[in-house]
Design a protein around this ligand. Structure first.
Ligand code: 5GP
Length: 190
């Protein structure tokens, strides 16, 4: 792990990070999403399914903005990132703990890029008898999208094609704890 930032900076004021969305902006937007979901799911059997690990901070904030008697569960899947599109299925590294049959499910993601991983995950979950299956993502990066047919029901922010970190999102498993979302200016310093 390199640490080339000058000594007067902390991780949260790292000069190699440019803030895209502040903690306050994220809080306000997540609160809006929570209100929308509350209104849409009143009287229904809601389960939030977080996709590990990137969604954990978004999910934990979002669930506290949803004024309903909901449940949560998690999945972990391998990513297509280093593979070609036709190279095969996503691998389920960790499956749900409870059945989603008859439930109203919202899959909670950190960011949707090509959409390949989430598209396959939605196919897998789509075969499990849920009453409804929707997507909530904090960030939507539409430019690199391959699975353009993916419908995003709840989206925090639409962003340009930049590599972002913080608020759950990592670079080489670091930066997840940043309270804001930022862009790494010099990837060589990650
Ligand atoms: P997709 O299958 O949509 O291309 O991949 C989505 C996954 O790629 C996300 O869940 C996330 O792990 C990773 N990813 C895509 N774009 C970014 C980004 O800008 N920053 C970070 N940290 N991860 C990203």
């Amino acid at each position: 792990m390199s640490s080339q930032k000058p000594a007067q900076f902390t991780e949260f004021t790292n000069p190699n990070l440019e803030v895209m969305f502040s903690a306050e902006q994220i809080r306000a937007r997540v609160s809006e999403l929570g209100r929308q979901i509350t209104a849409n799911y009143t009287g229904r059997d809601l389960v939030l399914v977080g996709v590990l690990k990137g969604s954990v901070i978004f999910l934990s904030d979002l669930m506290r903005e949803i004024d309903l008697n909901l449940k949560i569960d998690f999945m972990a899947v391998s990513s297509y990132k280093d593979e070609t599109v036709s190279s095969g299925d996503v691998e389920i590294l960790k499956d749900l703990t409870h059945s989603i049959r008859g439930k109203d499910v919202i899959v909670v993601e950190d960011i949707i890029d090509t959409g390949l991983t989430l598209f396959r995950l939605m196919e897998i979950l789509g075969s499990r008898g849920a009453n409804s299956l929707k997507i909530a993502t904090l960030l939507d990066k539409p430019e690199p999208r391959i699975k353009t047919e993916l419908v995003i029901d709840y989206c925090g922010f639409r962003i340009p094609n930049r590599f972002v970190v913080g608020y759950g999102l990592d670079a080489a498993n670091r930066y997840r704890n940043l309270p804001f979302i930022g862009v790494v200016k010099d990837p060589g310093m990650v």
